[in-house]
Design a protein. Structure first.
Length: 438
């Protein structure tokens, strides 16, 4: 059953520590299997991808059919209803507008020695986006990954989306076209990650891979990191709601269930300063679980990982929230902006009772690819910067080198790196010789 705690309990800290350390994801040891898949794709290219696609997705295709043709994409896009198309277009526009504001600026300046310093930003040349497949795919995730990549200026963006038994979700292809995706491949699993990282005869390699996936995809992303960049290794979804008694318990219950219905390992947490309100929300959750379409998944999540914590005040609530560092944090209190100032660790914060987390999943604008499993303590959600890299710039003049070069010579000597020091010394001697000749 869900865990019920109160900060007034004598063993509260012990119980909280146990919950913080609890393992939610049942990750089978798939690493060796994934290692074999990656090896096969590196060795055999298309042939390995096609074999594995037949084995896991029950789909027999040729190398020429790996990539959706432009005509196929157009045909599937025509199956999208005007209402769905309009919703996706609004989402894409809002996501694009938000991420355009994240674009960083180049900087250069000349310091007091006369040295010119700075940096410049540029996009990765090619990126790959993994999209889970079948009819349960999420076009919103396509937008959240692909739109920032294109805003960043990525020249080539490829998507891999498995189509088990040939099932295709037209909404995914529509979202991909809307976002400006260049290539769409009908493959998935660890073999798709390997193909994106190392390339095959048909699929050129990329520089960075983003997007969610199962344990095999996560293991593959870990293994190819270094060869390519990756966004993060995401765990099960999670939401933490801080709510006072002046809320509708049904609203809070639905917000919590919106994450619980994702995955049996997802987690929903309520922190409230009213024990009675916590009981009301719990009762509402139980009632909704009688009729929710994904009630089996949501009920398992709630029963195994649900938490309700009663606190003395909102100050305590903020401190406890920071310990969880939740992926999604809702502040349903009278003054959410003030409370947000006391929060240090959260992937995304939703301010006020009129801002359900689901708005962030689809249409708000900020990215919904967020750090999980307490990693918001040290990482951020997906952004334009994930598809860009910074190159530093430095330009010395003779006078600037004279001003700072001797310190470099000294430091090189302290590290016993003679050539380092001599590369500076040779230039300083040349400057001095020119002065003496003059």
């Amino acid at each position: 059953m869900p865990s019920f705690l109160s900060t007034s309990d004598v063993d509260f800290e012990i119980k909280l520590t146990e919950l913080l350390g609890a393992k939610r994801e049942d990750s089978p040891d798939v690493d060796q299997i994934v290692a074999g898949i990656i090896h096969d794709v590196r060795e055999k290219g298309d042939a390995a991808v096609l074999e594995l696609t037949s084995k896991f997705d029950k789909l027999d295709i040729t190398a020429e059919q790996l990539r959706f043709t432009d005509d196929e994409v157009e045909a599937y896009c025509k199956e999208v209803s005007p209402e769905d198309a309009q919703a996706l277009e609004l989402a894409a526009n809002r996501i694009r507008a938000y991420h355009e504001r994240q674009l960083p600026h180049d900087e250069t300046w000349t310091d007091e020695t006369g040295a010119t310093l700075g940096w410049r930003w540029g996009p990765v040349s090619a990126a790959g986006l993994y999209v889970p497949g079948g009819l349960a795919t999420y076009p919103s995730s396509v937008l959240m990954n692909a739109v920032p990549a294109k805003v960043a200026g990525v020249g080539r963006l490829a998507i891999t989306v498995p189509t088990p038994n040939g099932e295709v979700n037209p909404l995914v292809l529509f979202a991909a076209k809307l976002a400006g995706v260049d290539e769409i491949y009908r493959i998935g699993g660890a073999q798709a990650i390997a193909a994106l990282a190392y390339g095959t005869q048909t699929i050129p390699p990329v520089d960075k891979i983003t997007g969610p996936g199962n344990a095999f995809v996560a293991a593959a992303k870990r293994r190819v990191f270094g060869k390519v960049g990756i966004d993060m290794i995401a765990g099960p979804s999670e939401i933490l709601v801080i709510a006072d008694k002046d809320n509708h318990p049904d609203w809070i219950a639905l917000d919590m269930l919106s994450q619980a219905e994702h995955d049996e390992s997802a987690q929903a947490i309520l922190i409230t300063d009213s024990e009675a309100f916590g009981a009301q929300v719990t009762a509402s959750i139980e009632a909704y679980l009688e009729t929710l379409e994904r009630r089996d998944i949501a009920a398992k999540s709630w029963q195994d990982f649900g938490i309700v914590i009663t606190v003395k005040n909102l100050e305590e609530a903020a401190q406890i929230s920071d310990k969880f560092a939740p992926e999604h944090l809702e502040l349903c209190v009278a003054d959410p902006d003030a409370l947000a100032q006391k929060i240090n660790h959260a992937g995304a914060i939703f301010l006020g009772a009129w801002t359900p987390e689901a708005i962030g999943d689809y249409i708000g604008g900020p990215n919904h690819v967020l750090p999980t499993a307490r990693s918001a303590r040290f990482s951020s959600g997906l952004s334009v910067l994930d598809f860009m890299k910074r190159t530093t710039l430095a330009k010395m003049t003779p006078s600037a080198l004279q001003a700072i070069g001797p310190a470099a010579e000294r430091l090189a000597a302290s590290e016993s790196l003679q050539a380092h020091g001599l590369s500076v010394t040779a230039r300083l001697q040349h400057i001095n010789n020119r002065k003496n000749e003059g």
